[in-house]
Design a protein. Structure first.
Length: 355
């Protein structure tokens, strides 16, 4: 074992023990773990992250039923396939009744958390969402409800929480304001994204943040800043996936992020936030057939199969080749459970709240 390996292992021990590393040290660690020379310590990192998750959650993997209810969006994020400027996107919007039908089907399949995710569709006003949330919670009071509906007013967030929403997912995307500005038009700012996350915390949600790995212009120091931001925010959930370009966006020509580096960031997040709920994301499953398994073996403990109507799933195309059928489909959750069992884990019927 050479000096860099020893230094890397020592830094991982420090993280696991709750001793914070500075941004420069974290950046060097991330760069090394993502390099070919870092293969052996990378595997030791995954093992430590896996042990951390097992100590906290046992072999339990929580499933969430994902309902992608609209791909209409007023935002114009440069990386996103459903951005406002993409005139080639086949747009759709589920009615509230159609969304409730998805929940009903999901409940019958055993799901006890529903995730309502969509673009920032102006049709879904605060009033419409409040009524929808109330209807879901009245029909299935034993279920948790997660929203992922983007940037709203603080008052809107409070109303959704009062109506019964339990959790809210809003990725911070990147913790560097200048990097954020390169990925978004001028009317979308890092300050506003931070404001939203602060308002969500104040409203009493279980909060989810997160970022993409391998974004254009991203450096190891940016990824280190993401971890430091998460350490300060202490979110209950963190979504981490590889950047995958979409052919109809300004970032179409950039390469996708790496699976290995995504797993490194998952594992480091598990050590940094041992109690967090960490999905093995759809993007990870898109990049590698065994991406979900590898995510779980690097510390993830959540899967989010797709409950959206089959006819609409392929239209929610945030990035190229996004998987939406096979074991990604909620109706095939039994097959997903078998895959998890094959690596020693158990898919559980549970709200899977942060504890």
């Amino acid at each position: 074992m050479d000096g860099r390996e020893r230094e890397s292992d020592a830094a991982i021990v420090d993280l696991a023990a709750g001793r914070p590393l500075g941004q420069a040290d974290l950046g060097r660690l991330i760069a090394y773990l993502g390099s070919p020379d870092g293969a052996a310590p990378r595997e030791r990192l995954f093992e430590r992250a896996r042990e951390t998750a097992l100590a906290r959650f046992g072999g339990r993997i929580y499933v969430r039923g994902l309902i992608e209810f609209t791909n209409i969006c007023r935002r114009d994020c440069l990386y996103c396939g459903i951005r406002r400027s993409n005139a080639r996107a086949a747009r759709y919007r589920l009615s509230p009744d159609a969304i409730l039908a998805c929940c009903e089907r999901g409940y019958g399949l055993g799901f006890r958390t529903f995730v309502l995710q969509g673009g920032e569709d102006p049709w879904f006003t605060d009033d419409v969402l409040v009524n929808l949330i109330s209807a879901v919670k009245a029909a299935w009071p034993d279920c948790a409800l997660t929203l992922s509906v983007g940037e709203r007013s603080g008052g809107g967030y409070r109303r959704f929480r009062a109506a019964g929403a339990d959790r809210f997912l809003l990725r911070h995307e990147t913790a560097d304001p200048d990097h954020y500005a390169r990925l978004h038009p001028a009317d979308q700012t890092w300050a506003e994204r931070r404001r939203c996350l602060s308002d969500l915390r104040a409203a009493g949600y279980q909060v989810g943040a997160g970022f993409m790995v391998g974004l254009p212009w991203q450096t190891p120091e940016h990824l280190a800043a993401d971890l430091i931001f998460l350490r300060g925010l202490q979110p209950e959930m963190v979504g981490i996936g590889p950047f995958i370009p979409h052919h109809d966006t300004p970032l179409a020509g950039f390469p996708a992020g790496s699976v290995d580096m995504t797993l490194v960031m998952l594992a480091l997040t598990r050590l940094l936030l041992p109690r967090s709920l960490l999905p093995a994301t759809t993007a990870l499953g898109t990049m590698a057939d065994d991406g979900r398994e590898r995510g779980v073996l690097a510390g993830a403990n959540v899967l989010m199969p797709n409950l959206s109507p089959p006819a609409d799933r392929k239209k929610y195309m945030l990035y190229d080749n996004k998987i939406s059928d096979g074991d990604e489909a909620a109706e095939n959750v039994a097959s997903l459970a078998r895959r998890m069992k094959a690596i020693g884990y158990e898919v559980v019927v549970d709200r899977g709240d942060f504890r």
